[in-house]
Design a protein around this ligand. Structure first.
Ligand SMILES: [Zn+2]
Length: 442
């Protein structure tokens, strides 16, 4: 029942290696070695030959909001709060279970085609139960993508009703969902108090406590916009990082998102306490948030993974894209071409994503999940061949991504989704857009 995969090059142990093969069984990589050794040891097993291709780990999208794919292109070129009100808040009351499923199928399907094999969906449109959350999970399962549902806990009264829960409701529902999916290799549930802006101190502490109880990470947006700094200073007399520390929630379970507006002392504190970051460079640029100080955070010991954020604040949802954006943005900010490199951003998009989400993904080695992507070595965006690794990070286009496997199962074949027809996604998205035709005028 296992398969030997033979290909021209494999990215393993931090480098592209030639003349390698691996054996996978039950969704896991059992062994990687020279193709001669692997073929000999596992003779009699099924062999898959991927000629003219390189095999690289699937990328990990550490932060996304799937339903936002339905809002892509709306309210572009606006200040942050105007964008929030005209895109997110305006359309949220019109989201039903079918639209949530459609948004997730659309977002995850598009991501798979760009080589994302694990996605963390930071999901906050609960509408009073877990039914919408289950619709997101159903879409992930229909496509075959690995999912972390960061189930958001949100109690700021200024937001649409569908986001808001009382603290005990948020805890109960998140716990129930987490328990239901314990033991499911393809779905993990993490608590996610939304942000210092949209979750009360009691909610944030409850999210952290639940993460301790479930032994998972917890997710929280932190200091994305300057207004949040002004707000925590005014309400609590503290900057956002220090405020969270004062609540006792900064530790190695914390996956902070954004971390744009931090003081150096907060950067040091986050590093000391083992906090991690899901960094979304394109989104920060799109919304004119500012520039997170990545080399400084790395130096302080903060582990950094990459996320696309929602598709209406990017507006692409590819982690390979975020690798390139992260490198370019940090180089121009520091005016130093050596401040970050291809190897580092590649790791952020793969291995570090697995590490901060606590999943055995992002690296191809024995014991890890068989989540991988094949690249067409003759795609023009990857030439010239001797510079393949740098070209994957800095020049590759989605045309190079041919096949995608999650847990050993092929989910993208020659650039096309396998288990859900793309025509079906087009139809579903069109039907949501049609229903919304008149919302724009209201
Ligand atoms: Zn976000």
């Amino acid at each position: 029942m296992g398969t030997v995969v033979v290909t021209d090059q494999i990215y393993t142990k931090g480098v592209l290696q030639k003349d390698c093969a691996f054996y996978m069984e039950n969704g896991k990589i059992i062994e990687i070695g020279t193709s001669r050794d692997v073929l000999r040891k596992y003779s009699g097993k099924r062999v898959e030959e991927l000629k003219g291709k390189a095999v690289v780990p699937g990328t990990v999208n550490a932060h996304n909001h799937s339903f936002q794919s339905l809002l892509r292109g709306m309210a572009v070129d606006r200040p942050f709060l105007e964008w929030r009100d005209l895109a997110l808040y305006k359309y949220t009351p019109h989201l039903d279970e079918e639209a949530i499923y459609t948004g997730a199928l659309f977002a995850f399907g598009e991501m798979l085609k760009y080589g994302v094999t694990t996605v963390c969906d930071f999901f906050y449109v609960h509408n009073g139960s877990n039914a919408f959350d289950e619709a997101v999970i159903r879409a992930a399962k229909d496509l075959g993508i690995r999912l972390v549902l960061a189930r958001t806990m949100y109690d700021w009264e200024g937001a649409p009703k569908a986001y808001i829960e009382k603290v005990d409701e948020a805890v109960e529902r998140t716990r129930a969902l987490a328990i239901k999916y314990q033991g499911d290799d393809m779905v993990d549930i993490h608590p996610a108090p939304h942000s210092p802006h949209a979750a009360s101190p009691v909610m944030i502490k409850a999210g952290h406590k639940l993460a301790c109880e479930l032994d998972t990470p917890f997710h929280i947006h932190v200091a994305e916009e300057m207004f949040e700094v002004e707000e925590t200073l005014e309400k609590f007399g503290l900057h956002p990082g220090d405020y969270l520390d004062s609540l006792g929630v900064v530790d190695d379970r914390m996956i902070a998102i954004h971390l744009v507006w931090l003081q150096q002392s907060e950067i040091s504190m986050l590093g000391r306490k083992g906090a991690t970051l899901a960094y979304c460079p394109s989104s920060n640029m799109f919304l004119a948030d500012g520039i997170t100080r990545i080399p400084e955070l790395l130096k302080a010991g903060v582990r950094v993974a990459l996320g696309s954020d929602g598709a209406c604040s990017n507006n692409r949802i590819s982690v390979f894209e975020e690798m390139r954006m992260c490198a370019l943005l940090q180089k121009v900010r520091t005016l130093d071409g050596t401040s970050i490199n291809a190897q580092k951003v590649y790791e952020m998009g793969t291995k570090m994503g697995g590490e901060i989400l606590r999943l055995p993904v992002g690296e191809l080695k024995a014991g890890m999940a068989a989540d991988f992507v094949t690249l067409d070595l003759d795609d023009l965006s990857l030439l010239p061949k001797p510079e393949l690794f740098a070209n994957i990070v800095y020049s590759m286009q989605p045309t190079a991504i041919r096949d995608v496997y999650v847990a050993g199962k092929q989910v993208v074949v020659n650039g096309k989704l396998k288990s859900v027809k793309e025509e079906k996604i087009v139809q579903l998205v069109d039907s949501v857009s049609r229903k919304w035709e008149n919302v724009g005028e209201s």
